[in-house]
Design a protein around this ligand. Structure first.
Ligand code: EPU
Length: 422
């Protein structure tokens, strides 16, 4: 079994270049099948989630030419067939093929998607949106069959501003007849990125990035070239790591506007940041003030940074509180932080962190992607060696994490160890 081994305590200096956004790429790749023409995506991160989507494209019969950070997709030869369970289960975002196939072929068959076990993760709002457009949804065991004679634009109100439902409805609506209006749409930058790709393909969309998105269907979409935006969560993770161990650590290729909630909280804690046009330089301060955070949809504090941020709060002098409002199981990393010496009490979707507490290396687990990022952050400041198991979760979402951190001075490596036999 592969584990990540980190010897903590090193200062980190130099530059970390941020990759293309995972949560954009995983929607842009399925979106590309809405045309028959060639779509070139650049700045696509080389991570397991984009590999899994490439496998699905190839299974469907698309031509895919992948080189470092770019993907040329030729969807002209796709067969509209059921995406099997072993493909769908590898990641949450396989469900974007539902909206894209429905939009293009008026028929989609897909098994229930996989992804991190951070909460219940229903897809009722996606399905409600498809139904509003005129599709029928049947659930055959673990498989969804979504079918429509015609897709007709509709007004769709989302009771929760869901990222996935907003994107999936956009994908289904771009080739529908008439106008679709999504009210209480999610406003995340990844939604804007998907809308920009669709517009480059010839779609008629306005309002992406606000809570009302309007889509007027067109007859066909064409090929295009699109550059994926930088990953704000990867950037945020390394900025937090810089706040813990940075000595002039530059996080390059970022859009600081996408990170305002994090920047504001770090400044409140006394972390020194130099925010440039497309970079942020971060230094570890002598001491950290306590703060409270509450996760919210964009532009609020992102749930995906809450777990790495909790590591920073273990070093603040006093009591800090985190309230998680999006996912009910996003504190699975806390027992491992406590094992490393933190003093954290968890409640229902909240935790109280008493600091500062020195951390000591231990054997821990990446229970999900961002929990894994938290374990890496903790390992980097712990005394001694931290060994993280279940690292597949981390490699699903962070491109070249070992190289990026080693290059700025971290002692981190992937190691093969023998699995314990019961
Ligand atoms: N929800 C429903 N019904 C639905 C859809 C969502 O009740 O049909 C609920 C969810 O259970 C959750 C809330 O609405 O409580 C928000 O879920 P959302 O649909 O916005 O999340 P998602 O699209 O499944 C994406 C990211 C997550 C990120 C969330 C919130 C991708 C592939 N995933 O998930 O990223 O946490 O938005 O910002 O884009 C991660 O990268 O680690 C990650 C989990």
């Amino acid at each position: 079994m592969e584990v990540l081994e980190i010897k903590g305590g090193n200062q980190l200096s130099g530059t970390i270049r941020i990759s293309g956004a995972k949560n954009s790429s995983v929607a842009l790749i399925p979106a590309s099948i809405l045309t028959d023409e060639e779509v070139t995506l650049t700045n696509v991160p080389e991570i397991k989630d984009t590999d899994s989507l490439t496998d699905i494209l190839e299974f469907l019969g698309a031509g895919v030419n992948r080189s470092t950070e770019s993907m040329v997709i030729k969807p002209g030869s796709i067969d509209n067939k059921c995406i099997p369970e072993e493909y769908a289960k590898k990641l949450r975002a396989s469900y974007y093929f539902m909206g894209a196939m429905l939009g293009k072929y008026k028929h989609a068959e897909l098994y229930f998607p996989g992804g991190c076990s951070i909460g219940e993760r229903p897809i009722n709002l996606h399905l409600k949106g498809f139904e509003a457009l005129g599709a029928t949804v049947t659930n055959d065991g673990n498989k969804y069959i979504v079918d429509a004679k015609d897709l007709i634009g509709a007004d769709i109100y989302l009771d929760i501003a869901s990222v996935g439902a907003t994107i999936n409805i956009m994908l289904a609506a771009v080739l529908a007849k008439g106008t679709t209006v999504i009210e209480n749409a999610a406003k995340e930058p990844e939604i804007v990125d998907v809308a920009v790709l669709l517009q480059s393909m010839g779609a008629n969309i306005s309002g992406a990035g606000t809570s009302t998105i309007s889509i007027t269907g067109v007859d066909r979409l064409h090929g295009c070239f699109h550059e994926v935006i930088p990953d704000r969560i990867e950037a945020g993770t390394y900025i937090i790591i810089g706040a813990l161990a940075g000595n002039y650590l530059k996080i390059d290729n970022v859009i600081p506007k996408h990170l305002e909630a994090l920047i504001s909280k770090l400044e409140d804690m006394g972390v020194e940041l130099d925010v440039g046009d497309d970079y942020i330089i971060v230094n570890r301060p002598d001491a950290y003030g306590t703060i409270n955070i509450k996760t919210l949809g964009y532009p609020g504090f992102p749930t995906d940074l809450q777990q790495p941020f909790s590591v920073l709060l273990t070093q603040a002098s006093g009591t800090s509180k985190i309230v998680e409002t999006i996912w009910e199981n996003r504190f699975m990393h806390i027992p491992y932080l406590n094992k490393m010496g933190a003093d954290i009490e968890t409640g229902h979707m909240s935790c109280r962190i008493y600091g500062p507490t020195p951390l000591t290396g231990a054997d821990v687990e990446a229970t999900d992607l961002r929990a894994g990022a938290a374990m890496v952050a903790a390992g980097l400041i712990a005394n001694g060696t931290t060994t993280i198991s279940n690292i597949n979760h981390i490699l699903r979402g962070y491109e070249n994490i070992v190289t990026k951190l080693s290059d700025v001075g971290a002692d981190i490596k992937i190691k093969e160890i023998e699995e314990e036999k019961n």
